[in-house]
Design a protein around this ligand. Sequence first.
Ligand code: OGA
Ligand code: NI
Length: 337
Amino acid sequence: MVGATADARRRGTTAGLPVVDLGQSESEVAQAIGRACRAYGFFYVTGHGIEEQLALRLQYLSRRFFGLPEAVKARYAMALGGSAWRGWFPLGGELTSGRPDWKEGLYLGTDLPANDPRVLANRPLHGRNILPGDDVLPGFAATIRAWMAAVEALGHRVLAAIALSLGLPADDFHARYTADPLVLFRIFQYPSVPVPAGVDAQHGVGEHTDYGLLTLLRQDDVGGLQVRLGDDWIEVPPVPRSFVCNIGDMLDRMTGGLYRSTPHRVHLNTSGRDRLSFPLFLDPSWDARIEPIRTPEIDDRAQRWDGANVHAFEGRYGDYVLAKVGKVFPQLREQVL
Ligand code: OGA
Ligand code: NI
């Protein structure tokens, strides 16, 4: 039946991405992660030691945030953050792959005061977070701070394992790229509401790759994330207490495509329940110059979602990420750059 096949393709298969238990020995972890990076560019980690209570508190408070009246959320709108690119955006406000995503979100990052030299220098994507204080949503800011610190630390652990898996010293990425990392954190809600006529949204998030080194994502139990392997879409179903980790463009670039920054997307949510996800992006510092670890010989322009050849990129990470972010928020780009 053609219809059933098409539906199966849209939904994807559940081939089962690897689950790496961080409680294993260092070399077992590095081997398992290396295999996963080469085969999929995606894997789950468990045994990470981050308290489930903290995750549940973050989920609860995020749900309350998205449940605030639009007029209240508008006080934290992204436009107010200028080039720091922080704050709330409404449903349909981001355009991955040139189309509106059917999601609502809050953009966060390392919280830097106005007198930080990087903020004084007007460096894009750096600045203060914009979010409700304890008068509006008690505990939200502190929970986000605690979560970001824990997940960033986990990210450094996973990057150390990735370095080992490439035959590099465990602290190689840290020494070269992430001693002062660019850390972006996002909270997304994918509502289970139909897309109105006249809105050209086809996915929760359109097909894309992530920009930096490593993404660590906590998702609730609804599901919807999919990974593209060749012509197939593979489901990334919720695994309790896990993080989904995936490789970004810079690691793909450094390894000459050995570790793939795999395209992924989120399908439209028709589950009847709103879905929450929490990606944290652990990326090279703004000024880091990206250097290949292996000689790249690959031109992947034809296969990539954005028609770009990541292996042709040379320069500072900040220039790369800024060009990317400007594409998905065109109005904001015009306002601030
Ligand atoms: C992203 C992303 C997936 C999700 O933010 O880059 O791929 O499940 N998110 O929210
Ligand atoms: Ni992504």
